[in-house]
Write a protein that binds this ligand. Structure first.
Ligand code: T46
Length: 133
């Protein structure tokens, strides 16, 4: 499995919408960190790494972008444009993301604190890590 899409429960009506993410119901891990990314030029490619341990739920809360995900055997592109959906990625998945709309805001809920030692930034190292997993 390269990724899973979570459909979150949306509350509200024409007066506005609300999504609440709760441990045990909407998230398959305990959240230790939240970060968000915005103001990214359309053609920029971010990511270009995998993580040894980290799990993440990625929500495009505004606008749209594309995530290219690779488990070492196959590659898939996921278009994110819905704040009511989460892209769940486990460890050992190479990710790149690009094609940012002007209003794109990507919010990420992460299972671990920030740790540079958890990053695999070289693709050949990533393939070796997948083989040993
Ligand atoms: C992923 C996508 C969606 C921190 O200091 N703390 C943090 O929590 C993070 C995530 C980053 N940083 C620093 C480290 C770098 O100096 O911010 C800079 C950019 O970080 P990074 O190269 O990790 O950013 P992205 O946008 O390429 O990737 C991040 C996540 O690392 C990645 O797991 O899925 O966002």
């Amino acid at each position: 499995m390269i990724y899973e899409i979570y459909d979150f429960k949306v509350r509200g009506d024409h007066s506005g919408k609300l999504v609440a993410l709760e441990k045990g119901h909407d998230l398959p891990f305990d959240v230790k960190r939240v970060y968000y990314i915005w103001d990214t030029d359309a053609g920029v490619i971010r990511g270009k790494h995998a993580h040894k341990k980290l799990e993440q739920m990625i929500v495009c809360t505004s606008g749209s972008c594309d995530f290219i995900l690779d488990d070492g055997k196959s590659r898939e592109t996921v278009h994110l444009n819905n704040p009511a959906q989460g892209l769940y990625i486990k460890h050992n998945i190479w990710r790149e993301f690009t094609n940012f709309s002007k209003d794109c805001v990507v919010m990420v809920l992460a299972s671990e604190h920030y740790d540079e030692a958890d990053y695999i930034r070289n693709y050949d190292d990533f393939l070796r890590e997948v083989d040993n997993d």
